[in-house]
Design a protein around this ligand. Sequence first.
Ligand code: 6PG
Length: 240
Amino acid sequence: MIERKIQVLPNPAAVAEAAARRVVDAAQRSIAANGIFRLGLSGGQTPRPLYQLLATPAFAEQINWELVEVYFADERCVPPQSQQSNYAMAEATLLEHVPVPAGQVYRIRGEIDPQEAAVEYGKMLRSRFGVEGLDLLILGMGADGHTASLFPGSAALDETEHRCVAHYVEQISAWRITLSRWFINRSEEVIVLVTGADKAPTLQQVLEADPDPQRFPIAAVAPESAQMTWFLDAAAAGMG
Ligand code: 6PG
C-alpha cells in the first residue's frame, strides 16, 4: 500500500507554488542522477498557474531545460493549435517561455485518427522508456474522479499491455487519448493537483474510503515507487 502524502495549501496560488518547488526538486534530482528529467504534463485548468509559475525566471532558471523531456498524460482529439489542446495549453503557459529543445517535447497527435495516435505514442514511449516510466507526472482530477483521460467505467483502466490508449468516452461524447494506468504507475513520482470546492465531495470519498478505481479512476493511481503527493487547496480539502 502506498503511503499517502497530502499537502493542504490555503489557495490555488499556494498549490502552484508548492508544486513548482516539487517540480524543481525532481528535475534537479533526476538530472543529477541520470542526466535527464522526463516530465509528464496534464491539461485542464488546474495546472495552468503551476505552468505559468515554472515559466517565471525565479523557477525556470533553477532547471536545466536542455536536459528536460516533456510528455503528455492525455490529449483531446483536436489539432495542436486548438484551444482545447493540452499541448497548446502547455505551450502557451510554459513551453514557449523556457529553453526546452523543441525536439524534446513529445506531444500526442490529436489531429490524426485517435487509435493511430495512441499506437504511435505508445511505440515511442516503449522505445524511449523500455521498462521504465516518467520521472515526474503531474495529474489533475475531475469532479467525477477521472484523471488523465481515464474516466469512470473506462475499459482503458484495465489496459495491461499498452502504454497509451485511445477510447470513446461516453460521458463527454468524445474520443480521448490517454496514458494507461500501468504506464502512469511506472512513474518515479506522481503529483496530483486538486483545487476548488466542486471537487471536495469526490476527494473526500477518494481519500477517506478505499474506493473502486472503476468508479473513481484517480484511485487507480498508485505508483510502484510509492512516491505520490496530493497538493490540495483548502476548498478542495473541504476546509474552505
Ligand atoms: C485534461 C486533463 C484531465 C484534468 C481533469 C481536471 O485533459 O483535461 O488531463 O485529466 O486533469 O479533467 O481538469 P480541471 O483541472 O480543468 O478541473
